[in-house]
Structures are given as structure tokens and as C-alpha cells.
Write a protein that binds this ligand. Structure first.
Ligand SMILES: [Zn+2]
Length: 158
């Protein structure tokens, strides 16, 4: 968040690709409802093995002034909960309820090995491991940059 680099949204088609992307460690995804067109931007941050922090992106609209009658909204990230193993633990406060509901819905669909229907999920052509933008089409689709991909293959001994 707070980066000015424009990235291309890439649709995630299968639960496997989506999970792989989400669990990479520095994933940014957008979930758009097919019905309402309402969208949420989530970011996942790996804390430890099978332990992730989930953030939602939200906009702050500065008050217009005479000098700046049309201020640009500022974007912030707010932690809405944690993933531990297969379970989702929303933060027990009253904020960002819609985002928490949307995330819960997406997460448990993936845990049932299905894509959540009624919505589309996109990643932002940033590497799921290091969070840097990726440009090559092949890497974009895979959601991982060439360096991180090579490192992953080396680790798996392929
Ligand atoms: Zn990378």
C-alpha cells in the first residue's frame, strides 16, 4: 500500500492458484462482488508458518480547501484479523465488518477447495513472495517473479 506503481489486475481462476498466491507472504488481492460490484482490497502478511495477518485497504478523504478543492484520497491499511492454520480469526471490534464478512466468505470457500462464487478475485501483478511488481506475462499469471520462482524451485529441489 502507498505504492505509486500501477499494476495490472490478474484474475485468479482456481482455488489452488488463489491459495498459492494468498499464502505467498506478501499477497495483494481484490475481491469484487458480481452482484453489487462492491470491492475490497486485501493484503496478507506472513508472520510465521501458517500464520498470516490480513489487512483491508481503505480510503481517507481529506477535507477540500480553497487551495485544494479536490484532494486526492489517501489509502491506508487496517489489520482486520489473522489466519492461523485453516482458521480465520477476525479482530473482535466493530470496525470493517463488511470486509471481515467478505474475507471470511472467501477464506472458507478456499478451505472447502472451491472458488467463492458470486465474486471474482484478482491479484495485482505483484510477486506473492516479495511484493515487487512483475511485468512478464508468464510471471504475472503465476503471480511470482522470476527470482522468487527460481528460489522456490531450488528449495523444492526441482
Ligand atoms: Zn518476488
Amino acid at each position: 500500500m502507498g505504492s505509486n506503481i500501477i499494476t495490472v489486475p490478474v484474475r485468479l481462476e482456481t482455488y489452488k492458484d488463489t491459495l498459492l498466491y494468498i499464502l505467498g507472504g506478501k499477497a495483494k488481492i481484490t475481491v469484487i462482488s458480481n452482484k453489487t460490484n462492491h470491492s475490497f482490497d486485501f493484503k496478507l502478511w506472513k508472520i510465521a508458518n501458517l500464520h498470516y495477518k490480513v489487512y483491508v485497504k481503505y480510503a481517507i478523504y481529506p477535507k477540500p480547501t480553497k487551495k485544494n478543492p479536490n484532494p486526492v484520497p489517501k489509502f491506508r491499511g487496517k489489520c482486520i484479523g489473522y489466519i492461523k492454520g485453516t482458521k480465520w480469526f477476525p479482530r473482535p471490534d466493530d470496525t470493517f465488518q463488511k470486509a471481515k464478512v467478505a474475507w471470511r466468505w472467501v477464506w472458507y470457500a478456499l478451505m472447502r477447495h472451491t472458488m467463492p462464487h458470486k465474486c471474482c478475485i484478482y491479484h495485482h501483478s505483484t510477486c506473492r513472495k516479495c511484493g515487487l511488481p512483475i511485468k512478464a506475462m508468464k510471471s504475472m499469471v503465476a503471480g511470482i517473479g522470476p527470482c522468487c520462482s527460481a528460489a522456490e524451485r531450488a528449495k523444492e529441489g526441482k
